[in-house]
Write a protein that binds this ligand. Sequence first.
Ligand SMILES: Cc1cc2nc3c(=O)[nH]c(=O)nc-3n(C[C@H](O)[C@H](O)[C@H](O)COP(=O)(O)OP(=O)(O)OC[C@H]3O[C@@H](n4cnc5c(N)ncnc54)[C@H](O)[C@@H]3O)c2cc1C
Length: 489
Amino acid sequence: MKTDIVIIGAGPAGIFTALELIRKGSRQKITMIEKGKAIEKRKCPKSTTQKCVSCKPYCHITTGFSGAGAFSDGKLSLSYEVGGDLPSLIGEDIAQRTINYTDRIYLEFGADTHIEGLGNTQEVKEIRKRAIQAGLKLVDCPIRHLGTEKAQEIYYSIEQYLLENGVEILFGCNCKNLVIENQVCKGVHVELDGKDDVIYAQSVIAATGRRGADWLEKLCSEHGIDHYPGTVDIGVRVEVRNEIMEQVNSVLYESKLIGYPLPFKNKVRTFCQNPGGFVSQENYDNDLAVVNGHSYKNLKSGNTNLAILCSHNFSHPFNQPIAYAQKVGELTNMLGAGKILVQRFGDILEGKRTWADELSRSNLRPTLPDAVAGDITSAIPYRTMINIINFIQAVDHVVPGFASIETLLYSPELKFYSNRIKMDKDFNTSVKGLYCLGDSSGWTRGLMMASIMGVLMGRKLAEAELGIKIEEDPDISSEVPVNENNFCF
Ligand SMILES: Cc1cc2nc3c(=O)[nH]c(=O)nc-3n(C[C@H](O)[C@H](O)[C@H](O)COP(=O)(O)OP(=O)(O)OC[C@H]3O[C@@H](n4cnc5c(N)ncnc54)[C@H](O)[C@@H]3O)c2cc1C
């Protein structure tokens, strides 16, 4: 089989590559291969079974059209400061302008026009003042919140648009390997309907997401694709009652706090805050159960959850961050008999495990009912645990009550970013014709950043095909107001 452009993975990075190619008038044949299903056929059985049944061969939450974005909370971060290190590769200005452009596309496909985290300047100042006193940095980032249900509608409209515009999308198609000869990528080996096949193409775009990071890492070693060992984030998902987070939720919606707590001074940060949200479980293909969180646009819980993450880097003699985090996850899963572990913060400080009946004595009811009460400190490495405890105590200064006895810590919360693929600002890798985008490339960590990487990729391919330089809309930079600190309000 032959095509012009093959895109592996129909997550935001892959989708926006195809979308931008079409919008810029490309006539090339685009084939997307996606091991999961079309968005309208994706269904997590948990809605009927009430518990995760570890779907095989893949998890419906993270696999299928729109990738990990479909069932995600759909929080689009509208500042270049959030969502990955892509701005350091392409430049902060281009990143912000492309965010503004991409945000408009989301609006065209039906995203809510309301932006969270704008205005409230005096209250933001007060929150920042408390953050400074606690030794934390507050990064304020406007958020367009799609909500889990709305995100699915928007991505469905995009899927239909791509199909109507001639993009071939092969669902249930698993990319097994790349065809690379003399450092030139010529296509992909796939398995479709139980049969092996080869798809030849001039441009191959690997956009396989966080779940495909492991797979891409193997291909990097096999084919000598230049890369650096990446970062892995290990942490916990914290849940408190909405009353505790009320001010931050209403003023900022999402508070991005960064600290370097003593004694290790490692970077620790908050991530993915879900006011009125739900803690959830995801299962990786190797049966690893990890915790996550999301919130719906209309269905609200009485709790807020957010992740606290510590970045881990390795160099010599060990440089396999994914393997390290997997071991931490496996150990935690073992202690929870395959389920997510949950422990009260007060019990951690007292040096004891949490018992199920102790959970029911709190004001706070876990929104992940199948999490098992236990002892996360028996599995989380000492350094990481101390970082988390000290960071939570610092956040308590910004959000009084955050470090309460009943505050819940769920584990394992793992974010695999893996290898960072070596590339120039046009995304050329060490293998001609091969491009790596989105979370699997190690350069992005969120919906918007993965989407803009796709947009820029699509533009680059369209420019090469049409032999023109594509100019951006002149008014694109005025979309999100920026204050004198370059933080967006
Ligand atoms: C529960 C949850 C909530 C989240 N909430 C948010 C949020 O609110 N805001 C935010 O910014 N980010 C959020 N994220 C992260 C966000 O979803 C990702 O950063 C984003 O989807 C990355 O896009 P991507 O295109 O790089 O990869 P993905 O979205 O992961 O897509 C990759 C696709 O590639 C496919 N694939 C992988 N390997 C192969 C293969 N070998 N062959 C064929 N297909 C393959 C996968 O099936 C998948 O569909 C959330 C993630 C999860 C899991």
